[in-house]
Design a protein. Sequence first.
Lengths: 507, 633
Amino acid sequence: MESARQSEPLLTATIFVPLVAALGFALLPGTSDDSRRRITTMRIAATLLAAIPLILMVVAWLRFDGTGQFELLESTRWIPTLGVGYKVGIDGVSLPLAAMTALLFVASIAYPVDFGGRAPRYLALMLFLESASLGVFLALDMFLFYVFWDLSLVGMFFLIGAWGHDGAQRSALKFFLYTLAGSLALLLGIIGIYLKTDPRTFDIPTIIEQGVLPAGGAYSTLVFLGMFLGFAIKTPMVPFHTWLPPAHVDAPAPASAILAGVLLKMGTYGFFRFLMQMLPGTFERFAPALGVLAVISIIYGALVALAQTNLKRLVAYTSVNHMGYVILGLAAAGWAVTGEERAQAIALTGAVVEMVAHGLITGALFLISGSVLTRARTYEIDALGGLAGRSPALTGTTAVAAFASLGLPGLAGFVAEFQIFAGTLSIQPWLAGVGLLGIVLTAALFLRMLQKVFLGALPDRWREWTDLSPAETVPLAALLAMVLVIGVIPFWLLDVIDSTATAFTGP
Amino acid sequence: MTLWLLILLPISAGAVAILVTRLAQAVAVGTLASTAMLGAWAAAAQTTSVVSWGPQLELTISATGFARVMVVLVPMIAIPIVLYTAATETIGRVRLVALLTAFVGAMELLVVANDLFTLLIGWELVGAFSWILIAHETDEAANAQKASHAFITTRVGDLGLYVAAGVAFASTGSFAFSDIADSSPTQLQVVAGGILLAAAAKSAQVPFSPWLFSAMVGPTPVSALLHSSTMVAAGAYLLIRLAPQLDSVTWFAPIVIAIGLTSALAGGVVAAVHRHPKRLLAASTTAQYGLMFVAIGAGSTVAAAAQLVTHAAFKSLLFLTAGTAMHAADSDDLGGMRLGRRLPVIGAFAAIGALALAALPPLGAAWSKEQILGAAFESSPLLGVAVLVAALLSAFYAFRYWLLAFGPGSTEPGQTAPIEVTASIGFLASLSLGLAALWIPAVNEPAAHLTQGRVVPTRALELILGLASLAIAAGFVASLQRRARLAYGVLLPVVATAATEWFGIADASRRIVVGPVQAASRALAEFDDGVIDAGVRASARIASGLSRSLRRRSELSIDAIVNGIGGGTLLLATGTRVADDYGVDRTAEGIARGLGRAGELLRRLQTGLSHHYYVIVAAGLVALGGALAMGTS
């Protein structure tokens, strides 16, 4: 599974540059009477530092060959007695996710937010979280993966708890405990796999290659279910999703963007990397159940979102819906069929594109929610209205993001959803057919949101509503530009993903 | 690659027009004219262009078959409509001009698509543009709601295309139109069903028709474009392109006929009684597309294609005259218009449109009606008679519309229409006149070839029957006119009321589909908060209570509980036949310790001194890692 190519520590730098930057910011003294200028300077500095991993990911993208193996490997001995190594590398699934993560962090850090007089600590935490998140996607050692996985949890917990609003601490704790429970289940699963390796190793490529846990038997099933629980909570799949809405509603906007854009992807990424690649036989046995759960997530998430009156809760539940699409694509790709390799590769590629697209689109939608909150002091959709005339930039960006989310062609979501459905229709027509209803429901709920927030008569209380500032417009424009590029010319992305997808499904 | 300019040119011109406010109109018209010329080139050259999106996804476009006509028709009809917009629109004029121009690009993509995947892209883009166009006057909240009704109705139809594309791919490994027929018989039926669903929704056939009424809140030029060569046209266009591929599906043709005939008759009745000029025309759109469906089902794609083209010309013409009349009368009630003396030129142009709708030879629209009638009679005499009734209805509401809107009435002098309005309506009128060329075999035979169809020889019987129905309609209108009953229609009031509301279809769909979905959505939202999350909250309360009681107890009992948890986990681990008991034991203890710390954290957080205890979380994680390290050594 490994290509021999060695290079300078590109990926290691990607992970550790933001970590070092985070340390730097953590050491800065923070006073509550910080001048606006100092805060702006710090935010720009943090944005530039956060952009270094993005640049490195672009370089990695250019060097990526698409061999279907792990590439740009960097490894060193760490705890050899335990079989723990430091190993990072990329394939066609992790590279797009890591690149999307880097971009979303730049946009989120650049987004203006009320620092509550603790700007350096906030920025330090964001950079720390960037490091941990990139680590999750780039790690090729289960132990290392788990360390980054839990660190990301800690970072997010602090961000929500300390910079959130309303019931932030309660929500943060719910998020933390719920996903920590998932983490522990995952940990048991990891140990379960580890104990079956010989010689003992946490090395992901080796485990995938050796197929240490064939299907059948209680042991494999329990390991699978433990990991499944961990990833399903993180994703989140219905019925493990109730931590998500409160966490989103009370989190500061950039943390919400990261939570939806990056942290949820850790769950779906785990489905692929661990459950599908390491336990393909067991995954095949559970694929029908997963497919059904995915369709339930699609329909349930969309229906519950339709009833929401709170902008952020609405977007949060559409995440449940969209993650349902991802799991449906993954289930189809890992289904026990033969002769449908092309369709399975399409479904898998679609699922990965959906992860990237959802990260960018929902990231943008959550940042937008933050802008609404700073102006309106509420997320209640019914309290808004008629804003189109007052704020063309806010209206335009929201409309693009909403249409992207409901799967309009020309924007990234369609590229993902079409492939997921086209692929799944070959494997399980009924599941795909029911799941398709989701795209009508998302259309209904997003149009309703656009209509209630932006159209109609402008209420008197919003006469002084201000449009987006450049500091808000630029990050949003960057994310949505990417959504448009993927929507119109996605071949550069699809080729990369397909290299791993076809390696997984067979040509 | 030049072919892609058909799409990119109008879309980018739309973006440019927004920026160069003052030149928007010139940019738009110039672009549309260039697009039309480019379309003519594409139709002549018949080149194919393929863009690869990924290893399995390719977009193939070319102007072949009926697309060779449509690719020119779409921008050509749009030119006068954009001119009209620039001269008349008062709200967001530049935005509307820009959007109409960009919209043409989306429709061109739909037209030149050569596979189901590319088609779906154009198809959905056209739908989304329609939403923005219909909701154009955003101050009125109801407008957006109606625009959403239109978009969601047609998107239900779009699901059919998703299914058709996916199933065709599953069966043949390709999305190409030309490979559809190779699908396995069962899968071909699914493909046919999906395509029919999409086409019927887009072309506003029964039971999807009411979305066209909702779409009437859009400005007049939007209606003129949506109803003529775009949006609504997409459904019939798709069937004209793909019907030959679906030949072997036995139920396909009868169902297409059934849908079309129902729509033609129901739409005819609605148009016959409606007093709102634009809604009258909207209902007539459903009816005229119904006739195209009948033609397709009866095997005459050329009749449907000719009907599509002639309808595009006269319906855009009629909509623009309706807008002009509504503006001049400052009313949307046909009852009090009769603007013939105030707007004589517009009235004369409208007469051409009305006569085309009534299918008076030698207008081109009469040729297409005659072809449809011929194909229907060939298929079955009963169908022929039904089509004859539909044709009679068309003639009736065409005359009725014209007499009520532009019949001789008050002589008071009023403002005349601006020159741009007269010019754009005149252009469309001359297009309708020019289409009389369809009667010439040298024109209609190549047209038949384009649609892989054949011309039904003109028979005297059909011609006479058609003319007779026209005469009956004219006489009927004249008699109503004499009795001054024309505005009130002829049906029983109760039927007429039902017809003006589309026989309650919209209401029924609200009750049967929309209502239950909304109720389910609200119920599930409550279920989500009340039931699913309740379990989570309960465990949180238990943990919280546990943590409080732990605090009160001695260190010893904490150990006991932690060991208990560890032991429980150990049992579980043993159950899984884990060999390395010792390691798991220790690890589980570590996990339990972590859980204990989390419980501790919960309590401390509630005291509000949270930041102190972040350290504890971190420490707990280190402990976890440590336990793992020790436990597995």
